[in-house]
Ligand binder design. Structure first.
Ligand SMILES: *[C@@H]1O[C@H](CO)[C@@H](O)[C@H](O)[C@H]1NC(C)=O
Ligand SMILES: *[C@@H]1O[C@H](CO)[C@@H](O)[C@H](O)[C@H]1NC(C)=O
Ligand SMILES: *[C@@H]1O[C@H](CO)[C@@H](O)[C@H](O)[C@H]1NC(C)=O
Ligand SMILES: *[C@@H]1O[C@H](CO)[C@@H](O)[C@H](O)[C@H]1NC(C)=O
Ligand SMILES: *[C@@H]1O[C@H](CO)[C@@H](O)[C@H](O)[C@H]1NC(C)=O
Ligand SMILES: *[C@@H]1O[C@H](CO)[C@@H](O)[C@H](O)[C@H]1NC(C)=O
Ligand SMILES: *[C@@H]1O[C@H](CO)[C@@H](O)[C@H](O)[C@H]1NC(C)=O
Length: 478
């Protein structure tokens, strides 16, 4: 049986081989797609620079725009000849060209005069042994054609962005994502007025963001996040009237938030978190009524949360305002943002009562209020707190309490919020036994109510129960 199987398998393989041989024989007779010798040679030498000298293009891919296509290379016909239009280097697919250790951007790259799209992914790897930089010269040769220039995940790519990339006047996408690029952002990028996407995220850029965006009214994505940029936001950001996404998070930016934000009427995502912005919320925010995600957390912004007409921002789904030094009461108008899914207000100086109307928000599934000075009774229903589970946080509000009668009968007591009915002060109390009894009563209550069941998965709960048990033990020991 086994040998029969092996034989049939072998036959099958031979059949396959003969089929593919026939196939090759046929292909050989086809004409090679017409391509200028110079173009073909420039392509081979360019790729050789990336993948190493042992790669023999003319041998492996005699017809790179025809029947021996190279993964990552695309061509187009111009006046009856094939030219390279796309060059993607890096391990995107199994059979992609992968980069040599010592990657070299050869001058022949700039002879590919119909090149529209050039991208490097995971290619320049070694910052110490083989650092590479973006070439300064020759970009003008690609000025008429290049529409997309992207470097992603290349830790070995260091040095500055040369100002000469400013000549690439047809560029629609400039992406330098997670490389080792340093220095200041050259003001010449303001010449790239056809840009739709400017992503310089995750590098080591320093200095100010140049104030050069006045002509970029086609830009959709502006992302300078995760660098070391400092200074104020340039006012010309207000010219990015088509922008959908603006992200400058995780930098050292400071100063006031500009009023010009009011012009960004199409913006859906604004992420300014982890900077040093100050001067309070700007009224212009309430004009940005297409916003869906507003993330401003971790800025010493200060001011009162109530100055904005929050009800204008009807499309908000994520509102993250944690750790911003905001004062005032939580405005009830937030409960008109019916699409809100995430509301983060932790670690501010918010005071007053919590508007119980927040629980009418139909999509809300995370609400963080911890670390404020909210007072009075937490009036959320048991059903709401049950739905939120651990995605509700209100601890570290020393003057907030929950109503015992309502919630003691369930597992939905908000973590870290004390019950309203009693003022337990462990240190001031004289009667240890009374306390012990009380605690033991609570403990046995909790244990009974949870029944030690395996369905009790809430870690907060266990910590709580453990704490009470430990406290009981401690009191017994003394
Ligand atoms: C590549 O291969 C061709 C044909 O096999 C050979 O003539 C040529 O010398 C080789 N080139 C290099 C750079 O090895
Ligand atoms: C960008 O435009 C400015 C002003 O027009 C010009 O001085 C500068 O040379 C341009 N930069 C490049 C790289 O073309
Ligand atoms: C904003 O978006 C709308 C709808 O997509 C579009 O028609 C309009 O042109 C955009 N505004 C700007 C200034 O780009
Ligand atoms: C809000 O979102 C809806 C649906 O996504 C959209 O049709 C509407 O134009 C948005 N409103 C604004 C002011 O952008
Ligand atoms: C919050 O208020 C207290 C008391 O008014 C003040 O000392 C503290 O600096 C404030 N915190 C922030 C982050 O503004
Ligand atoms: C919190 O608010 C109470 C009164 O509502 C006030 O007495 C107390 O000083 C506040 N605490 C802080 C840290 O601001
Ligand atoms: C403990 O609970 C029982 C009944 O559940 C109650 O009668 C008793 O007073 C409680 N003891 C304390 C100290 O709260």
């Amino acid at each position: 049986m086994r040998s029969m199987k092996a034989i049939s398998h072998a036959t099958f393989v031979i059949l396959l081989l003969s089929l593919s041989a026939r196939c090759y024989a046929q292909e050989d007779q086809l004409d090679i797609a017409p391509m200028e010798q110079a173009e073909r040679k420039a392509l081979y030498l360019t790729i050789q620079g990336f993948v190493g000298d042992s790669w023999n293009g003319s041998d492996l891919y005699p017809d790179p725009c025809g029947w021996t296509p190279i993964q990552g290379v695309s061509c187009d016909l111009f006046n009856g000849f094939w030219y390279v239009t796309v060059l993607n280097i890096g391990p995107i697919h199994d059979n992609s060209l992968s980069c040599a250790q010592n990657v070299e951007l050869r001058p022949q790259l700039f002879e590919l005069r119909h090149l529209k799209s050039l991208s490097f992914f995971n290619c320049f790897q070694s910052q110490d042994r083989f650092p590479a930089t973006i070439p300064t010269g020759n970009w003008e040769k690609l000025a008429g054609s290049l529409e997309s220039l992207e470097f992603r995940s290349n830790p070995g790519l260091i040095g500055n962005i040369p100002s000469s990339v400013g000549v690439l006047k047809n560029l629609q996408s400039l992406v330098l994502l997670e490389n080792g690029v340093t220095g200041e952002i050259p003001p010449d990028i303001g010449n790239l007025t056809k840009l739709k996407k400017l992503v310089l995220s995750g590098n080591y850029f320093i200095g100010r963001i140049p104030d050069v965006f006045g002509g970029m009214n086609e830009l959709l994505i502006f992302d300078l996040s995760r660098n070391s940029l400092s200074g104020k936001l340039p006012l010309s950001l207000g010219s990015l009237t088509s922008a959908l996404k603006l992200d400058v998070s995780h930098n050292h930016l400071d100063g006031n938030l500009p009023n010009e934000f009011a012009n960004l009427k199409n913006l859906t995502l604004m992420d300014l978190r982890n900077n040093r912005f100050s001067g309070g919320l700007t009224l212009s925010f309430q004009e940005m009524n297409s916003l869906e995600e507003m993330v401003l957390s971790n800025n010493p912004l200060g001011g009162d949360i109530r100055i904005l007409k929050w009800e204008n921002l009807k499309n908000l789904t994520i509102l993250e305002l944690s750790n911003m030094g905001l004062a005032g009461e939580i405005p009830e108008s937030i409960s008109e943002l019916k699409r809100l899914r995430f509301l983060g207000l932790s670690d501010n100086n918010l005071t007053g009562n919590l508007p119980s109307k927040l629980e009418t928000l139909p999509c809300l599934n995370a609400l963080y209020l911890s670390g404020n000075n909210l007072t009075g009774e937490l009036k959320f229903s048991e059903g709401f707190l049950g739905k939120m589970g651990r995605r509700f946080g209100a601890w570290n509000n020393p003057n907030l309490c929950y109503q015992v009668g309502v919630m003691m009968s369930t597992n939905h007591v908000p973590y870290g919020v004390k019950p309203c009915h009693k003022e337990v002060n462990l240190l001031a109390s004289n009667s240890k036994t009374e306390l012990l009894n009380q605690d033991m009563n609570e403990t046995s209550y909790f244990i009974a109510s949870m029944g030690f069941s395996s369905s009790a998965t809430n870690a907060f709960w266990w910590t709580f129960v453990e704490e009470i048990l430990m406290m009981g033990l401690f009191l017994i020991l003394i």
